[in-house]
Design a protein around this ligand. Structure first.
Ligand code: GLC
Length: 551
């Protein structure tokens, strides 16, 4: 028996911050729920379903941008950081959302977009005027190169054949935008920008939000030389490469601001670097981000060796810094994991019906893993129903980044409008996912065997077994294709077995500890397909089945 990775013992003595054991649920306001019948989700829709989220058992919601915006990037192009877009509601409704969430014991995390504004933001409009007041230097301007080309070879994120620079005729200069040309990058070297963006944080923290999700936050520092990317990386958007020391000082200042508020407010960063070692540095020495997203696992295929490697490298990169991991399988920027985990089989020409069935079994296994790994899990709205991406006909494509499929509206019931209040003739902004008439919230809530109930049982099990959230973590050997780990806290021991194969596997369920004492019978606390829960484990994992065992 070899132990291939182990977590840190949990720090005792002072109460642990809430976000270490929390389950966070991401809400994409465009698609969560529509209360005013315009085919677009809104804050009132979120408020109407808070009870459902409390029933599911999540501890916090993260709400993606709801600020005034021209919506070129569906809200990640902010034109006023301190208000609510009328599409979604009003500031008063936001305050009501915070109060109602808190009354139900739900914390609320909001998005903060510090790297760029909308090109319609008053700061940028001022920067474009002939005699800008203060704001010209709030953005990143450069003169053309002598050959007239853009200042460097960086490409923009959505259209990777396009330069990350746009030419402004009037001044004869280029401005930088790591994303769409309608999202000019802010210049964080300019003290006015730092002050203004800190004020934005204060504005929302004063209103009672419990945390901040900082959008592409590793990009707020840039190499002052703005050098060309090396040719082999030239086609990769710079947002994936940007990793410079000045960002860390900026994050330390932001962290001080957040920590000056009572109640363990949290900042979770979107550090879109594809190396876990690099991501780990954004925790600093406990003085930068509290949490950071880590994307390599999101991009890992559904395969035991890949996941073992991702877990192992996360443990090894974060443990020396005492940094707390996060785990994410789906979000608003990527195809949903259930869609990803069956795609390869479809390409191999397998029978679509069996692929769809297996993808649900895999998504169930993935839920068991997500909610029992050491770290804070982030769920993306709809994964708790096992949703697939919607198929978007070409004439309904709206996102410049091709991400519409995962952003489809949530089906709340089995009617034609799936619980959306859009009157006849008004289509929701994107089509619903394919299976919505049978796979929706109402039908799953009534069905104890549904994916929804699996998520709710898993979250309840985390609560009743703190070892699953805060315990030490140890991977141990298991038959080929099975991932096995142990979670231990004081005298509580849980073991998790995930069968990535399509065969039944016999396993020796000794929790990776080979003493006779530990061979006491284990009980199935959770089974991804529901079978055998509450009974002694019979030592057999069915194809694509995961179990949580306790004793
Ligand atoms: C982040 C967001 C994404 C957005 C981009 C630009 O990656 O998650 O949705 O398009 O930043 O703000």
């Amino acid at each position: 028996m070899t132990t291939v990775g182990s977590g840190q013992p949990v720090v005792t003595g002072s109460p642990l911050p809430w976000w270490m054991s929390a389950v966070v649920y991401q809400i994409y306001p465009w698609s969560f729920a529509d209360a005013n019948g315009d085919g677009i989700g809104d804050l009132a829709g979120i408020r109407a379903h808070l009870d459902d989220l409390a029933w599911l058992g999540v501890d916090a919601i993260w709400v993606s941008p709801f600020y005034p915006s021209p919506m070129v990037d569906f809200g990640y192009d902010v034109s006023d950081y301190c208000n609510v877009d009328p599409l979604f509601g009003t500031l008063e409704e936001f305050d009501a959302l915070v109060a109602e969430a808190h009354a139900l014991g739900l914390r609320i995390i909001i998005d903060w977009v510090p790297n760029h504004t909308s090109d319609r933001h008053p700061w940028f409009l001022d920067a474009l005027t002939e005699r800008p007041n203060d704001h010209r230097n709030w953005y990143v301007w450069r003169d053309p190169r002598s050959d007239g080309l853009p200042p460097n070879n960086w490409v923009a994120a959505f259209d990777m054949s396009a330069s990350a620079w746009t030419f402004e005729e009037a001044s004869g200069q280029w401005y930088l935008h790591l994303f769409d040309s309608a999202q000019p990058d802010l210049n964080w070297d300019e003290p006015g920008v730092v002050d203004a963006m800190h004020d934005v944080l204060r504005f929302w923290l004063d209103r009672g939000v419990d945390g901040i999700r900082a959008d592409v936050v590793h990009c707020i520092g840039k190499d002052p030389q703005l050098p060309d990317n090396p040719p082999e990386l030239a086609a990769i958007p710079h947002s994936a490469l940007n990793d410079v020391p000045i960002t860390h000082q900026r994050l330390r200042d932001i962290r001080k601001l957040i920590d000056s508020y009572p109640g363990d407010r949290v900042i979770v960063g979107e550090v879109y670097l594809l190396s876990t070692e690099a991501v780990a540095t954004y925790y600093g020495n406990g003085d930068e981000l509290h949490l950071s997203f880590n994307f390599p696992p999101l991009y890992a295929p559904w395969s035991e060796p890949h996941w073992r490697r991702c877990i192992d490298s996360t443990v090894h990169a974060l443990a020396p810094r005492d940094a707390w991991p996060t785990w994410v399988l789906s979000n608003h920027d990527n195809p949903r994991h259930r869609s990803r985990y069956d795609a390869a089989a479809l390409f191999r020409g397998e029978d679509p019906a069996s692929v769809v069935r297996r993808s649900e079994l895999r998504a169930r296994c993935a839920a068991v893993m997500l909610l029992t790994l050491r770290g804070t899990p982030f769920l993306f709205q709809g994964e708790e129903m096992g949703l697939l991406d919607a198929v978007i006909p070409p004439d309904r494509v709206v996102d410049p980044g091709g991400r519409d499929g995962c952003r489809a509206p949530l089906p709340w019931d089995g009617t034609d409008q799936h619980g959306w209040f859009a009157p006849e003739g008004i289509e929701p902004w994107l089509p619903f996912p394919d299976e919505s008439s049978t796979r929706n919230y109402a039908s799953q809530r009534d069905d104890p065997d549904s994916v929804l109930h699996l998520y709710s049982r898993l979250i309840a099990c985390r609560r009743s077994h703190p070892a699953l959230s805060l315990g030490e973590f140890t991977l141990f050997d298991a038959p080929t294709g099975v991932l096995a780990y142990r979670r231990t806290l004081d005298d509580q021991v849980c073991a998790v077995f995930i069968n990535f194969t399509d065969a039944t596997v016999a396993i020796d369920h000794h929790f990776g500890i080979e003493t006779s004492l530990e061979r006491a019978p284990a009980t199935v606390a959770i089974s991804s397909n529901g079978s055998g829960e509450g009974s002694p484990f019979d030592g057999r994992l069915l194809p694509d089945q995961a179990v949580v065992l306790t004793r």
